[in-house]
Ligand binder design. Structure first.
Ligand code: ADP
Ligand code: AMP
Length: 221
């Protein structure tokens, strides 16, 4: 049975960290809209240049642009057995758009996993975030440092800090999250597929174990 999973949570809640692990464990594509925008930026595409304006400001890339991108990605063959969406949807129009897209194919999401972490913890996590530009693995200088400083454990690439992980941008991203993204928690609750993990002070392995438990329950029906 395939699985269609949406990861919800504030910026820095651990969506990317967990989505990568779940994707590896279940052989599903990990679709992060943020990663797609950053890859476009690195390649200098018009989409990347456009997205940068919003990313640098800590605001959301417009819904039409983001939804079109996701529709194209979900139409690719590797998405047939399911996928994990990380960072999408991020607004009610995006959630509605995704629902219509799935309806058109007589499909539905299996679960929306909401990783719940309070704002004060988020700021500390994001200022210490580093990532591998090669494989996408995410580290944290405080909670999950690489074995050798500044270098990815898996492929030896030099780790980078995201431009938008500066404190003032983080505060704006949190504001946008509460105003525009948080209402989609109720949207998925109404559809009966919301599962919230209270992840304050919870180590990544424990969050992963909880996600695996709830995915097993979803699979069992
Ligand atoms: P998101 O994708 O939700 O923005 P990330 O997965 O990139 O969040 O995680 C943000 C930062 O917090 C990273 O530096 C990551 O290593 C760290 N992190 C992720 N999960 C936890 C956790 N359970 N406890 C402490 N730090 C974490
Ligand atoms: P992320 O990597 O998920 O933290 O996303 C980084 C940035 O990319 C966000 O702050 C937004 O500017 C943009 N972005 C990512 N996903 C979306 C989305 N679904 N809708 C709008 N903007 C997005």
């Amino acid at each position: 049975m395939g699985l269609r999973i949406v990861m919800l949570g504030a910026p820095g809640a651990g969506k990317g960290t967990q989505a990568k692990r779940v994707a590896d464990a279940h052989s599903l594509p990990h679709i992060s809209t943020g990663d797609i925008f950053r890859a476009n930026l690195a390649q200098g595409t018009p989409l990347g240049t456009k997205a940068k304006e919003y990313m640098d400001a800590g605001t959301l890339v417009p819904d039409e642009l983001t939804c079109a991108l996701v529709a194209d990605r979900l139409a690719e063959a590797d998405c047939a057995p399911g996928y994990i969406l990380d960072g999408f949807p991020r607004s009610l129009p995006q959630a509605e758009n995704l629902e219509r897209l799935l309806d058109d194919r007589s499909q539905r999401l299996d679960v929306a996993v909401n990783i719940d972490v309070p704002d004060p913890e988020i700021v500390g996590r994001l200022t210490a975030r580093r990532s591998c530009p090669q494989c996408g693995r995410i580290y944290n200088l405080t909670y999950d440092p690489p074995r050798r400083e500044g270098v990815c454990d898996d492929d030896g690439a030099a780790l980078v800090q995201r431009d938008d992980d500066r404190e003032e941008t983080i505060r704006e991203r949190l504001r946008v999250y509460h105003e525009t993204t948080e209402p989609i928690i109720a949207f998925y609750e109404e559809r009966g597929i919301l599962k919230t993990i209270p992840a304050s002070k919870m180590p990544p392995d424990d969050v992963f174990a909880q996600i695996e438990e709830l995915l097993a329950a979803v699979r069992a029906g």
